[in-house]
Design a protein around this ligand. Structure first.
Ligand SMILES: [Zn+2]
Length: 414
């Protein structure tokens, strides 16, 4: 075994291909190592369509980027033939060390994907020495292929939620399998609202699933979503998840606080105290601000008290108990609501709550934990961070799939 044989092993080069030369170009920084591959003279090559061994028609030189060789950038150069198949004519063959159309070797792509599974794409691109746009193209190729292989034959309970790829714009909607604890994402699509439900329906059909087999859907209470979900999944019980109920009231409280802050002096810490998750830990200043709020005559205090009653409702142990508590809640809330337009956001939230009551109550009969959608927020944050620097709906969706979809082996050949 000589030096060329050792390098050939690392490349995965098999007969008739052979590593025939190597050249280090020291005129560039970093230096570039060229590995030259050639086939034995007179060798036959498989037709890319039928695999029949054919004579070479002609050759052209192709170069792929390979893994760095220590500090040197490394390239593989080969004269790649076109076969002349009696049945399929003259076609360029696929080489065993790179996939069709790629300017990188398979080994390079595997290492690239390995890094991207562990760190932001931008950081991985720096380590392997290519631009992040190029790395994204590699990642998108493998993720798209793996997503095409997803099997949704047994899918019967889904949750869906939307999130912004960038602050306040360019949304994606994510569909999860409620029966999967790990890697639950089954579909990610740009946009929000009813069109995304139609796209999911088409995707489901292409992946062995059927809308009629979906027995449960958990989502937020946006009207467009709910109407589309009801129409698409006729056998499904639709649950508005509690997380979105709390979120809606929290936003209403904050809206009241904001308009009230225009003419009354409110403690600064109040904003975050209100926005914090119901069970989050408060700082001393935030706890003080809330205590002060409780005793104040502010309208924000009324909004807050109404929102806090949600905790009491959630603890109901049966759907009957919940219905009873909600009836009390709605009556008590309307008594608390002073006749002031500043409280309109709370009025609106209560109306919405009342309108979607049956879907909200569904959580007490649902077989699936509603905490699942809440957990998606952590995933969205992670995907946003990993796609930093080059984030749009496509890269963001790709990253969500990569982190949280059951993609299996990305290099499985199709
Ligand atoms: Zn052929």
């Amino acid at each position: 075994m000589d030096g060329n044989d050792i390098l050939a092993l690392g490349l995965g080069v098999t007969p008739p291909w052979k590593l025939v030369g190597q050249r280090l170009d020291t005129s560039t920084q970093p230096n570039q190592l060229y590995l030259e591959i050639a086939a034995a003279r007179g060798a036959l090559f498989p037709c890319p369509v039928c695999g029949k061994a054919c004579k070479a028609h002609d050759f052209a030189e192709f170069t792929c980027r390979h893994l760095n060789f220590f500090q040197h950038h490394c390239y593989v150069t080969a004269n790649v033939p076109r076969t002349d198949c009696p049945e399929h004519g003259v076609l360029r063959i696929n080489v065993p060390w790179a996939r069709e159309g790629s300017r990188f070797t398979l080994l390079f792509e595997q290492v690239a994907i390995m890094l991207v599974r562990e760190m932001p794409v931008l950081a991985a691109a720096r380590i392997i020495g290519i631009t992040d746009q190029r790395l994204w193209r590699i990642v998108e190729h493998y993720v798209t292929q793996a997503v095409e292989r997803l099997d949704l034959t047994r899918l019967k309970a889904i949750g869906l939620d939307e999130t912004a790829a960038k602050r306040g714009q360019t949304y994606v909607t994510v569909f999860i399998d409620l029966d999967r604890k790990h890697k639950p994402v089954v579909f990610v699509t740009p946009g929000r609202g009813k069109d995304t439900v139609a796209r999911f329906k088409a995707f489901l059909a292409e992946h062995g699933g059927a809308p009629g087999r979906i027995v449960e859907v958990v989502c937020d209470m946006s009207g467009a979503f709910l109407a589309a979900v009801d129409a698409t999944f006729e056998n499904a019980a639709v649950t508005v998840d509690w997380f979105h109920v709390v979120q809606m009231f929290t936003k209403a409280v904050d809206d009241v606080r904001r308009s009230e802050a225009k003419h009354s002096k409110l403690p600064k810490a109040l904003r975050w105290a209100i926005l914090k998750q119901a069970d989050g830990r408060l700082t001393k200043a935030q706890a003080d601000a809330l205590a002060e709020l409780e005793t104040s005559g502010l309208l924000t205090a009324i909004a807050w008290r109404i929102k806090e009653m949600l905790r009491w409702i959630r603890k109901a142990e049966s759907v009957q108990a919940a219905r009873w508590r909600i009836t009390h809640f709605l009556r008590h809330a309307s008594q608390l609501l002073a006749d002031d337009p500043v409280l309109d956001p709370v009025r609106k939230a209560l109306t919405s709550f009342d309108n979607h009551l049956e879907h909200i109550l569904q959580r007490w009969t649902s077989a699936h934990s509603n905490a699942r959608l809440e957990g998606l927020n952590g995933l969205f944050q992670a995907a946003r961070a990993r796609a930093r620097g080059y984030r749009n709906t496509t890269t963001f969706a790709t990253m969500i799939y990569l982190i949280a979809a059951p993609l299996g082996d990305l290099f499985q050949s199709t």
